[in-house]
Design a protein around this ligand. Structure first.
Ligand SMILES: Cc1cc2nc3c(=O)[nH]c(=O)nc-3n(C[C@H](O)[C@H](O)[C@H](O)COP(=O)(O)OP(=O)(O)OC[C@H]3O[C@@H](n4cnc5c(N)ncnc54)[C@H](O)[C@@H]3O)c2cc1C
Length: 420
């Protein structure tokens, strides 16, 4: 049975690996020259570096399991330092850091400390289900902390105001120790995971076609067309699994029921721009610095998790950029970000710099997202979906992408049987 997987990101590659292992004839179509999607890498002096910052959290069970299964054992494991930068001054973020935040009043510090203790201890947040994060935080930590800290971080990371984020999901996320936990990074980079997934599909007899954007998915006639070397090629597929961003499927699909297409259109995405820079001397001890009054939202200094290149490097990122910023040339974005980064780190001098953008960096997990989130199965028996648009309330990570690939493979296997 022929399975066409649209998208060679982690979700598509994981589904491809498992289905090819089970005897399905798998063909993965990837639009870009390299697989990996959001976790694809670029090369500097023969080192493969993720285009967007990436680390593995200690609670990412699926990622850690997959990494182990792929034979990647050399993992850097480090407790990272997270901070926030306000008015050109950097402050540590941890459960115990509020006393050092001179931009908060004494009572704000106490309230923040109480919330930190609560998210660390409490596991069941059903009492605040249905409430938005703004209402919950205004009540628990007060408007000032809600706006200055959480409002800024959430806007920068998820592109949404607190009023559009679910309080219970935010509380759970805060309890996941993102700010204080152990972070992992494979010594041979994230590219090792991507290339081993590709190899496993190929060694199971499957095919991974890069530089082959899918342009048409004819669901009535089980046909999939892609552009290869400037030419259109149409092939047959019994099953199609879409892992590409949903607007891509909506543009290519012929034969989607209109009401279903309308439902998929509700999934909106947040953009991201990342300026990747290399330099000689490390900038600070912070791995992750949230920046509240810069042109960007944060700086992630890779060196402070994985000091594995003969140079130091950082990603300067901005989620949900304004239209004006999005439309700027790469050169001007780089100039702007580096200039603002120099206000925080005056001795920063970039030896090299690359700009990467994603139109579909993350689904916008709006408070009502669960109401319109599509499932893995669709109204058409030959079409399945996978990817991080389907994993809410678990938000987009490599972990949820891999887990969604595993889930869709299980569903397909259950429906169509193991092929060997
Ligand atoms: C800035 C940033 C930082 C992140 N940091 C982390 C982190 O530190 N830790 C973590 O765990 N996660 C992180 N993530 C999230 C993680 O990268 C994603 O959740 C995960 O990679 C998504 O995988 P996916 O396969 O679902 O989607 P994608 O990676 O988006 O894969 C979809 C694939 O479809 C392809 N495609 C698109 N159109 C077509 C077409 N027409 N034909 C064929 N193929 C097509 C794309 O090229 C892409 O390869 C980060 C994401 C971003 C944006």
């Amino acid at each position: 049975m022929k399975v066409a997987v649209i998208g060679g990101g982690l979700s598509g590659l994981m589904a491809g690996r498992l289905l090819s292992e089970s005897g399905f004839e798998v063909k993965v179509f990837e639009a870009q020259k390299n697989c990996g999607g959001l976790v694809a890498s670029f090369t500097v002096q023969s080192f493969r570096i993720p285009i967007f910052y990436h680390h593995i959290f200690s609670h990412d069970e699926t990622t850690l399991k997959v990494v182990k299964e792929l034979g990647i054992t050399d993992l850097i494991k480090r407790k990272i330092k997270m901070g926030l930068n306000l008015n050109s001054k950097s402050y540590p973020i941890s459960y115990f850091s509020a006393p050092f935040w001179d931009f908060l009043s004494f009572s704000d510090k106490i309230r923040f400390g109480l919330l930190a203790a609560q998210v660390k201890m409490k596991k069941d947040w059903s009492d605040i289900e249905g409430i938005n994060a703004e209402v919950w935080l205004n009540k628990t930590v007060g408007k000032n902390v809600a706006r200055k800290i959480f409002g800024n971080i959430m806007r920068e990371k998820y592109g949404l105001p607190l009023s559009r984020i679910s309080a219970s999901e935010l509380a759970e996320r805060l309890g996941e120790e993102e700010a204080t936990g152990l972070f992992y990074y494979p010594k041979d980079g994230m590219d090792g995971m991507v290339s081993r997934l590709v190899e496993s599909i190929e060694s199971n007899g499957g095919e991974v076609k890069t530089g082959s954007p899918v342009t048409r998915v004819d669901l009535n006639n089980n046909k999939i067309s892609s552009r290869e070397n400037g030419k259109q090629k149409t092939e047959e597929a019994d099953i199609i699994i879409n892992t590409a961003p949903l607007p891509v499927l909506l543009r290519a699909a012929k034969g989607l029921p209109a009401a279903y297409a309308e439902k998929l259109k509700k999934i909106k995405y947040c953009r991201n721009i990342c300026v990747d820079i290399g330099y000689r001397e490390k900038l600070s001890d912070y791995y992750w610095l949230n920046c509240f009054d810069s042109a960007f939202g944060g700086i992630i200094e890779h060196t402070n998790l994985a000091d594995i290149y003969p140079f130091k490097m950082a990603w300067i990122f901005k989620y949900a950029p304004s239209e004006q910023l999005w439309n700027m040339s790469d050169e001007n974005v780089a100039k702007l970000f580096i200039r603002d980064a120099q206000k925080i780190y005056p001795r920063l001098e970039a030896d090299w710099c690359r700009v990467f953008r994603s139109e579909h960096a993350s689904p916008l997990y709006d408070i009502d997202y669960g109401k319109f989130m599509p499932g893995y199965e669709t109204p058409l028996k030959n079409l399945f979906l996978s990817g991080v648009a389907l994993t809410y309330p678990k938000i987009r990570t490599m972990n949820t992408a891999l887990a969604s690939g595993i889930k869709v493979a299980e569903i397909v296997k259950e429906k169509y049987g193991k092929r060997n």
